[in-house]
Design a protein around this ligand. Structure first.
Ligand SMILES: Cc1cc2nc3c(=O)[nH]c(=O)nc-3n(C[C@H](O)[C@H](O)[C@H](O)COP(=O)(O)OP(=O)(O)OC[C@H]3O[C@@H](n4cnc5c(N)ncnc54)[C@H](O)[C@@H]3O)c2cc1C
Length: 418
C-alpha cells in the first residue's frame, strides 16, 4: 500500500478523500469520527462536549456543504459569559454592559493604562493578557477563566498559539460594549454550522461514506517499524511508502521504533476534560448556545445547550446541558454533585427539575498545553518524522489547539503535497 493513514477522524478521512486511491485507513474504534462522534441516550443526542463547525476557509466550506447529505444549518452564535451573577455577551472584553459599575470601571481603567505603555512585554500568556487587555479584564475574566481551562500556570504558557482563539480589542469597542447594544459578532466563531439531526457525527458519516471501502474499523495499530516502513496492528501488518498519522502523537511515539523523538514526546503536556451531559424536562434557557464560566465558585469552565443548537436532538419539551471540567492527572472526585449545584446556582436547573438522562464523558486529552518545551521540541520531533516519510497531522497528531476545519484542511493538504 502506498499510504497508510492511522485514524478515521476528520483529518484521516479528509486525507483519504483527497488521495482517492492507493491508501488504507486503520481505525481502532468500531465507528469512525474520533472526537467527533455523537452518542444517543434516552432520546438525547450528545457530542463529546460542544462540537460546532466553524468554517472560515471558503474551499473547505464549499467542500463540506457540497458533500453533506445531512442538513447543515448555519447558526449565528449566541455565546455568553456568566460572572458577578449576570450573563454578558461574548467576547467578554467588548461586552461589559450589565456588569456591576465597579467591575466596568476596573476593566476600562486597566485597559486604558495598558494602552499607554509603549512596547509592552508579551513573553508569556499571563504577560500578554495583562499587557494587552489590562489588569481589570485579567482579574475579572481572562486569568480565572484560562486558569480553569488550562490547569497550568499562565506565565509558563507561550503566546504564539493565541491568534484567532483569543480576540484582542480596541478602546472604541470596549466603550461601545458598555452601552446596551452589545457587539457580539466578533471572534473566530461568530457563526457555525451544525447538523439538523444526529449530532456532529452526521458530518463524519458523510466523509466516511466517500472512503468506507478503504477503512478498516476495529483494528488497532500497536507498533510502527520506521526502518522497515511497516505498520503492525492487532490484526495484521502493512508496508507503507508514506504514513499519515492522526493518532495522539505521544502514543504514536511510544509504539514507533527507532525514533530519537520518542524520548522528547514524553514531556508534551495536555489537559483532560470531564464532560457531564444532562437531559431534562423543560426548555430553558432558550436564548443561549454556550456560556463561559470564569469564577472559581463553579467547577466547570463552560456549559452549553444542545437543544438551542439542534432542537431535534432532544425529546419534545426537553432541554439538555453539557458541562465541561478541565483537570490534569487523576479525575477529581465528586464532580457530578458540584456540576449540578453549579447549574442550579446559575439558574439553569432547579431543585425540582426532572432529570431524564445523564451521560458522563471523559476526554483524556482535550487541550494541548503550549509551554516553552512544546515550542522548542515539537518541531524537532516533526522534522524527524518527516525525514522518515511520516506526516503527523490533526489536533493530536500535530499536538496543537485546532478545530475540525483545521483537521480537514491538514488532511487535504497532506494528500495534495504527496
Ligand atoms: C473539548 C473539545 C471541544 C472541541 N470543540 C470543537 C468545536 O466546537 N469546533 C471545532 O471545530 N473543533 C472542536 N474541537 C476540536 C476537534 O475535536 C478536533 O480538532 C478534531 O476532532 C480533530 O480530528 P482528528 O482527526 O485530528 O483527530 P481525532 O478525532 O482524535 O481522530 C484520531 C483517530 O485516531 C484513532 N486512533 C487512535 N489511536 C489509534 C491506534 N492505535 N490505531 C488506530 N487508530 C487509532 C482514534 O480512535 C481516532 O478516531 C474540540 C475538541 C475538544 C477536545
Amino acid at each position: 500500500m502506498k499510504t497508510i493513514i492511522i485514524g478515521a477522524g476528520f483529518a484521516g478521512l479528509a486525507a483519504g478523500i483527497k488521495l482517492k486511491e492507493n491508501f488504507l485507513i486503520i481505525e481502532k474504534d468500531k465507528r469512525p469520527g474520533g472526537l467527533c462522534k455523537s452518542e444517543t441516550k434516552d432520546g438525547f443526542v450528545f457530542d463529546y462536549t460542544g462540537h460546532f463547525l466553524h468554517l472560515r476557509d471558503k474551499k473547505i466550506e464549499k467542500f463540506v456543504l457540497e458533500n453533506s447529505t445531512c442538513q447543515l444549518n448555519k447558526i449565528t452564535r449566541h455565546a455568553f459569559i456568566y460572572s458577578k451573577g449576570v450573563y454578558t455577551g461574548y467576547p467578554y472584553q467588548i461586552n461589559n454592559y450589565g456588569l456591576p459599575a465597579e467591575t466596568i470601571a476596573e476593566n476600562l481603567t486597566g485597559f486604558i493604562r495598558t494602552s499607554l505603555v509603549k512596547n509592552p512585554k508579551q513573553e508569556n500568556f499571563k504577560q500578554w493578557i495583562l499587557n494587552t487587555l489590562g489588569e481589570g479584564i485579567a482579574k475579572n475574566f481572562m486569568v480565572p477563566y484560562n486558569s480553569k481551562l488550562w490547569k497550568y500556570p499562565l506565565d509558563k504558557m507561550t503566546v504564539k498559539w493565541l491568534g484567532r482563539f483569543v480576540p484582542t480589542t480596541t478602546l472604541d469597542e470596549i466603550m461601545n460594549g458598555i452601552l446596551p447594544k452589545a457587539k457580539t459578532d466578533t471572534g473566530y466563531n461568530a457563526a457555525f454550522y451544525y447538523p439538523e439531526t444526529g449530532g456532529i457525527e452526521a458530518v463524519i458519516k458523510d466523509f466516511y461514506a466517500k472512503v468506507k471501502d478503504k477503512v478498516k474499523l476495529g483494528e488497532t495499530v500497536i507498533k510502527i517499524d520506521t526502518k522497515a516502513k511497516k505498520v503492525i496492528t492487532d490484526k495484521g501488518e502493512y508496508i507503507y511508502e508514506t504514513l499519515i498519522n492522526t493518532m495522539n502523537l505521544k502514543s504514536f511515539m511510544k509504539i514507533a521504533s527507532g525514533l530519537a523523538g520518542s524520548k522528547l514526546a514524553k514531556k508534551l503536556k495536555a489537559t483532560s476534560v470531564y464532560n457531564l451531559n444532562i437531559g431534562y424536562k423543560g426548555t430553558a434557557p432558550k436564548d443561549k448556545h454556550w456560556v463561559y464560566v470564569p469564577e472559581k465558585d463553579f467547577v466547570f469552565y463552560r456549559v452549553g445547550f444542545p437543544h438551542n443548537v439542534a432542537p431535534k436532538n432532544v425529546p419534545q419539551e426537553c432541554g439538555a446541558v453539557f458541562a465541561e471540567v478541565a483537570f490534569r492527572g487523576a479525575l477529581p472526585t465528586g464532580l457530578d454533585k458540584k456540576i449540578t449545584s453549579g447549574l442550579i446556582k446559575m439558574g439553569i436547573l432547579k431543585n425540582e427539575t426532572v432529570i431524564i438522562s445523564k451521560l458522563p464523558m471523559f476526554l483524556k486529552e482535550a487541550y494541548v498545553i503550549y509551554d516553552k518545551y512544546r515550542e522548542v521540541k515539537l518541531p524537532v520531533i516533526m522534522a524527524e518524522l518527516k525525514g522518515k516519510d511520516i506526516l503527523s497531522i490533526g489536533r493530536w497528531g500535530a499536538w496543537e489547539y485546532s478545530s475540525m476545519e483545521d483537521a480537514i484542511m491538514q488532511g487535504f493538504e497532506v494528500a495534495e503535497k504527496k
